[in-house]
Design a protein around this ligand. Structure first.
Ligand code: CO
Length: 134
């Protein structure tokens, strides 16, 4: 499977507003989208930094995927999202290559994107997301 690039880095934070102002102040980040997604248990902001993008994720509660991540590992890098042209085809290729898919089929991610996650055990400890941006 050939990824087109890195779509974004996902970062787990305790305080979304504080993290947002840090990224604005230190790196000139600009807000692209904001959303509270009850179904995924997060408040999230998508930031553009030049050609790159960072997604800040604050859990809505302790008993959410990001809440459990924070409790276990503290704030920091949560996932890397790879941009692919055809998400179903990418998932089939990843599965064929032996990757352990958390999502067998595309699902709705943040900001209206179709996404799927790959288990960190298949990617040397890094939770990977695949996204089709078009
Ligand atoms: Co993401």
């Amino acid at each position: 499977m050939q990824a087109r690039g890195i779509h974004h880095l996902g970062v787990a934070v305790d305080d979304l507003d504080a993290a947002l102002s840090t990224y604005e102040r230190l790196f000139g980040a600009q807000v692209e989208h904001r959303a509270t997604v009850e179904g995924q248990g997060v408040r999230a902001v998508s930031l553009r930094i030049g050609d790159g993008r960072v997604e800040l994720l604050e859990p809505l509660g302790a008993d959410t995927p990001v809440g459990r991540f924070l409790a276990k590992r503290g704030p920091g890098m949560h996932h890397v999202a790879f941009d692919v042209s055809d998400l179903p085809a990418a998932l089939a290729e990843l599965s064929g290559a032996g990757a352990d898919l958390i999502d067998e089929a595309p699902r709705e991610g943040l900001f209206g994107l179709e996404v799927a996650f790959i288990h960190p055990d298949s990617v040397h400890g890094v939770l990977a997301e695949v996204v089709s941006s078009e």
